[in-house]
Every structure is written in C-alpha cells, then in structure tokens.
Design a protein around this ligand. Sequence first.
Ligand SMILES: [Zn+2]
Ligand SMILES: [Zn+2]
Length: 348
Amino acid sequence: MKAVVLEDQKVITYKDFPTPEPGPGHVRLNIKAISICGSDIKRYVDGHRMYPLILGHENSGIIDRVGDGVSRNYAGKHAAIIPLVPCFECEECKRGFYSACHSYSFIGSRQSGGFAEYVDLPERNVFILPDELPFEHAALIEPSTVARHMLALGDFRSGQTAIVLGAGSIGLMIVQWLRILGAEKIIVTDILDDNLQIASKVGAHVTLNPSKVDVAKEVKTLLGNGADLTLEATGVPHVLEQTISLTRPRGKIVLAGNQPLDQSLPLTFIENLMRRELSLIGCFMSYSAPFPGHEWTETLAALMNGSLDMDTLISHRFPLSKAPEVFEKIGAHQLAHQKIILSPEEVA
Ligand SMILES: [Zn+2]
Ligand SMILES: [Zn+2]
C-alpha cells in the first residue's frame, strides 16, 4: 500500500509500505478520508519518539477485512478510528479515565496510523458509522470529541457564558459545542481575522482580535466579572496567564493548548486564581466510560442531525501523495489553513 511515513524529524515521505493483515481481534480499515491534526504537524516539526511511523489518527473508511475472533459482523461497515488504545486493565482504565491509562498505545503516535491506504486496528478502536455520513465529516469526529470532552470537564451548562481563546480547529469545535449546548454568550479570540470570521459563522456571538483590541477591557464590558467558563486553545503562555482575569469568581478554566515546555509564568497567576477561587482543569484527549464515551456518541448524533458544521472547518483538500509537500509548507508557516483533508484516492 501507499503510506505517508515520518522517518526522522522533518523527514516525511510518501512511499510503499507493507499492507497490514488484521490479526485475531483486529480489523482493517480501508481509509477514505484523513484529517491532519496539529499534533501530526508537531511530531513532524519537533521530532517524535519512534521512526519510522505512519502518522494520522483523524480518519474514516470502510472495514475491508476482519481477523479471527472479531465478535461483530464488521466487514463492509463504515467507521472512524478511535485512536486511544487503553489497556482496559489498570486502575485508571477501571475508573473509566482512559486518557490516564498507565500503559496505553495510540494509533498514529505509538503505532501505525491512518496516513495510508489501510490501517490495522483492535476491534474496540473502530467507531461504527451510518453509511450515509460523508467520510470527510467522519474524519473530523475525533477532534470534535476533544472539544466536547473539554466542556464536560468544565461542567458547562446551558445558559452559561464562555470565552474561547484560540479559533484554530479545536477552538472552532468548542464554539460549535457551546452553541449546540446552549451557551448564553460565546466570545472568541484569535490573532487571525480569518479564523474569527469562521468562528462567527459556526456560532461565536462576539469575536475579538487581541492584536487590535484590549480583550480584558472588552470582556469586562460584555460580561462584567468574566465568563463562567474559559477554554484555552492557543498554547501561548501569556494567553494562559490571561485566563484568570477573564473568568468570573468560582468559574472554571479548561486547558487544551500544549504550552512550550521551556517557558514559565510568574506565580502572580496562582495568587489571582486563589483570590477568585477558580478551578483550573487540564484536558487530555476525549474519553469517558463506557469506552469511547458520550463525547463520541454525541458527536455522531450532532453530525447526523446537522448541528455540527464540518464543511465550514475544511479549508483544503489534497491527495495523500501531496502530504509531504503540505507538511513542509505548514512547517515553514507557508500554508494558512483550517482543517486539511487528505484522500488516499487521487482527487486530481
Ligand atoms: Zn488530533
Ligand atoms: Zn489502562
């Protein structure tokens, strides 16, 4: 089969790779649509724990082969990849906190992913879909589940106010979930006006560009003491610091942006957090019991009833063979984008 293989830091190639055969309890997915995740780009730019590796965990396709002992009649079914492979045995797995599993694997990071024509998956790692769901919408289920999980962790309830910092792909998914779940006011910030325009289209009530306006001042005018829930999706240290002043006393802050590990913040940050009695909550992936969790079933339901808009989030489509070029351009900041869909079948 053809696959896109990360061979070293900033070395990615489109090449022949052995086609997987599903072993006992496994299935093989014939990939139809692939979405590029920011974490795929990060693995390319910063380097990764293992090479060679087929990247990719936001995928959909058709199950074309099943191994021995697969309990359900999966062949021919449409499915998306559920990328986390928890052990299901450890203490955290038994509590349903699969993201905290002590010995997990991850499709596209610790084992072969979906930037290929086929991927081998444990049967528990396929999320079965209705045939009528477009493959490129299905490829975006996983990032939607992360956004939905953030709102669950922040205990978001209808009628609350929220600020989303960063209108990249996770930020835009969060905006949609806030709209679907009945937010009273959704404020979105981003330094790119293009991103803010899309945010407005998918549900933001107010958009603020911090390079043009004083966000703290605007939020004070709009919400008084701040939002009930603030969602950090930029991974920028000073934005993280700002979450405190944007959140009302006893409010919640959920973090999804990966921060640079070589930087630090002054501890005035913590003092202000204490004074406001805020909850600062980390988010890692998107899972809850029963596996893979309500985040997944709710995303599918929202796709089927039309409330989740995936088309607006897709900025580019390329054949899989173009992936190395696309990674190079993104790595060199030469391709402004939202979600990019790759297809293993040449789209000409
Ligand atoms: Zn992802
Ligand atoms: Zn575990």
